[in-house]
Unconditional design. Structure first.
Length: 333
């Protein structure tokens, strides 16, 4: 769901212009009702369990109480959200910590304003019957991945941390056909699948999986999902964005206390072109809520240490053209 940038800002903005129809960003203080401020917020993917807290905030009136009129929209492609944001076609977008760091290394002025899912969802999956018990066992095996070079870097890190030789691992680009590639044994393992989605779908079909958490094998404990803004938008609308985050935090608290009601609300909002499996989404939400828990910190809080560790790792796996400053990649409001 995330892709590594290989184009300049001009190309990013041009692509955004082509896909931004009907996705205009509102000015500070503008709105359809007196005193309401409009915000266009782009999701990272079609509506699913991870977005439950946003739809809860909308239905329970938390955005309205904050004086906001929020438009939750799904971009045409899963990698379009930050592009649209950088082009000024949206106020906020859900994206990924690694994408923000890579974007800033490409001089694309986006900033994370809240950590949503605070730990990785992307894990290495293998069939139990494969005999692969640890990353080192991937030597001589073939890993399928979805066109994302960063996923190769993740596997390299995991294998090396486990005492193996990454050079002995083979990779094949399978696009997003992750599940069939693994279940038909076209590949020995996959990276790019999420524990709250692909893993659940395969297990529902009766496949027994081995899953390996990258954090246990040298990959930093990164924020999987972050809320982002452009530098310009943040400078102009910091107070409005803070109101949004505070209202979203109430949506998260409501979802924790009322998961079934929040899930039912989500199912009412599902995209007809991407119908959701209620049981899978229920399990997904059960997995996600603890990973979104900020503990004693404020909802969305981020640390410079987290950003520095991610940037250092991305540099190590050769995913950064330049080295962005960790302190500039995020802001706590």
């Amino acid at each position: 769901m995330l892709k590594v940038w290989k184009c300049g800002l001009a190309a990013v903005m041009a692509a955004a212009m082509l896909t931004a129809a009907g996705c205009g960003s509102a000015k500070e203080g503008a709105g359809s009702g007196e005193g309401e401020q409009e915000l266009t917020v782009l999701l990272d993917w079609y509506p699913n369990a991870v977005h439950s807290f946003l739809f809860a905030a909308e239905k329970e009136g938390y955005f309205k109480e904050a004086g906001l009129k929020v438009k939750l929209e799904t971009p045409a492609g899963t990698d379009d959200a930050v592009k649209l944001l950088a082009a000024g076609k949206a106020d906020l977008a859900l994206s990924y910590q690694t994408v923000v760091a890579i974007s800033r290394a490409e001089d694309i002025p986006v900033v994370a304003v809240a950590a949503i899912v605070r730990h990785p969802l992307n894990q290495l999956f293998v069939l139990e019957e494969s005999g692969i018990k640890r990353p080192k066992d991937l030597e001589g095996k073939t890993i399928g991945y979805p066109s994302i070079p960063l996923d190769e870097g993740m596997i390299d890190t995991m294998v090396k941390a486990d005492g193996g030789d990454p050079a002995k691992v083979k990779f094949t680009d399978i696009g997003w056909d992750l599940i069939p590639a693994l279940t038909t044994k076209k590949v020995d393992g996959i990276i790019g699948g999420y524990i709250n989605h692909e893993k659940l779908l395969m297990e529902k079909e009766g496949f027994k999986l081995g899953a390996f958490d990258p954090v246990k094998y040298g990959v930093p404990d990164y924020y999987e999902l972050v809320l982002t803004a452009s530098e310009d938008g943040l400078d102009k609308k910091a107070e409005t964005i803070k109101k949004f985050i505070d209202a979203a935090a109430k949506g998260y608290e409501y979802t924790v206390k009322n998961p079934e009601a929040s899930l039912n609300n989500l199912l009412e909002q599902q995209n007809k072109d991407f119908p959701l499996d209620p049981e899978v989404e229920k399990q997904s939400l059960h997995i996600l809520l603890p990973l979104m828990d900020p503990g004693k910190e404020k909802f969305g809080a981020q640390s410079e240490a987290s950003w520095q560790s991610v940037i250092d790792w991305l540099k190590q796996v050769e995913q950064l053209r330049t080295t962005p400053a960790a302190k500039d990649a995020f802001r706590n409001l």
